[in-house]
Design a protein around this ligand. Structure first.
Ligand code: G3I
Length: 356
């Protein structure tokens, strides 16, 4: 009898192990969410990292272009455009059935020296802006579904960036083209691709009422004037202590503007923007971060009307390719995936918020 029991026990154990819930892959985010879930991506990682590509392919339905469509990359000289990196991203995204969100046609930052030093008059500056927008949007026409036309045009005071205390915070666009450059940028983008959805993208709406008011007032003004604007982006680069009220109010007021709403650059810093190389990613911090991701997914789903849900995009994919850790050198773990592109508690919290 003993002879038969042992193989049976082995078989039973094997079957039980194979059916452990944690071994079955969770439903991917893109299949859970009632709206697009995206990430901003880099061409280098896309080309060189299979785990990165696999997570993008499996989990996300939308791709944002992190740096490859910024002036500094795509328009390195006045008479030369460089689409190489952007094409790598757009080609991959379309080959894998992902929506592409273009970023960004005008920004005060990441501009090439030839532009910031350009000495033309206002007509020459207008032609620079018009030519750039027409050229870039036409190049991607039909392949880029939506654009951040203008990024971060407002100062912390809620006024248009102009000449600022720190020169790098100033906007050459406002300085050389006057306050209505934003409306003209939207019109040029619409001329180039009338089917593209056009967004104004900003950060800080969750913690700065002046900025939140400035963005919704811009939307109302553009709608009144017939300026072709379709959506507002809330970047949501957040500290883990960010108040839920601030997040809810930003989403509520932005949704009330009646346009598409895109959480466009989501990450949640457990360091709360404090540089501390000794910081440990404790269970407590992981749980707080997971709960915040859940809250954001839940609140977006419940507060933003379905017809206005452009989606939620994280800025970068894994903790080791985040601009926070790589660019700003914070000791932090801000995203849904770890350095090996494995799912974190944050992932499961976000997934929970997408469902319930
Ligand atoms: O590619 C060069 C590399 O060749 C060089 O060796 C290295 C050393 O300086 O720089 C590399 O370029 C860096 C680039 O990221 C690619 O990694 C730039 O210096 C660096 O300034 C750039 O930072 C980007 C930043 O925007 C400024 O454009 C971040 O990756 C990007 O995540 C960040 O994204 C912005 C959004 O566009 C707008 N909202 C805020 C968000 C965070 O700042």
């Amino acid at each position: 009898m003993q002879r038969f029991l042992r193989p049976l026990a082995v078989l039973t154990t094997a079957l039980l192990l194979a059916c452990r819930p944690q071994d079955t892959a969770p439903v991917p985010l893109k299949d859970l969410a009632p709206f697009p879930v995206g990430a901003s991506i880099s061409p280098t990682l896309l080309k060189n990292n299979a785990a990165y590509r696999n997570v993008l392919s499996t989990e996300f339905s939308s791709i944002s272009v992190e740096n490859a469509q910024k002036w500094g990359t795509i328009h390195p000289e006045q008479t030369r455009f460089n689409f190489t990196d952007a094409e790598t991203i757009v080609d991959w995204a379309r080959a894998n059935g992902k929506r592409v969100h273009g970023h960004t046609l005008l920004w005060h930052s990441y501009n090439p020296a030839w532009l910031t030093n350009f000495q033309g008059d206002s007509t020459a500056w207008e032609n620079l802006m018009k030519t750039h927008i027409h050229t870039v949007v036409t190049h991607f026409k039909g392949r880029v579904a939506s654009w951040d036309v203008v990024n971060e045009a407002f100062s912390d005071a809620g006024t248009l960036r102009n000449v600022e205390a720190k020169p790098e915070d100033g906007s050459v666009w406002r300085q050389h083209l006057g306050p209505d450059y934003i409306a003209r940028a939207f019109r040029y983008a619409h001329e180039a691709d009338p089917a593209a959805l056009l967004f104004f993208n900003e950060f800080g709406q969750e913690s700065n009422p002046a900025k939140l008011k400035a963005t919704v007032d811009l939307a109302a003004d553009f709608k009144r004037r017939g300026v072709p604007i379709h959506g507002l982006g809330l970047q949501f680069h957040l500290g883990v202590s960010q108040s839920e009220n601030g997040l809810s109010e930003a989403l509520r007021q932005t949704a009330a503007a009646g346009l598409l709403v895109h959480i466009s650059e989501l990450d949640i810093l457990v360091s709360d923007w404090k540089k501390d190389p000794t910081l440990q990613y404790t269970d407590a911090l992981q749980n707080r971060q997971s709960a915040k991701y859940k809250f954001i997914a839940q609140t977006y789903r419940l507060l933003v009307p379905k017809a206005q849900q452009h989606g939620i995009t994280t800025w970068n994919v894994g903790d080791s390719d985040s601009w926070i850790t790589q660019g700003l050198k914070y000791t932090d773990w801000p995203l849904l995936f770890d350095a090996n592109y494995e799912r974190k508690k944050a992932y499961f919290g976000f997934a929970e918020g997408l469902k319930n």
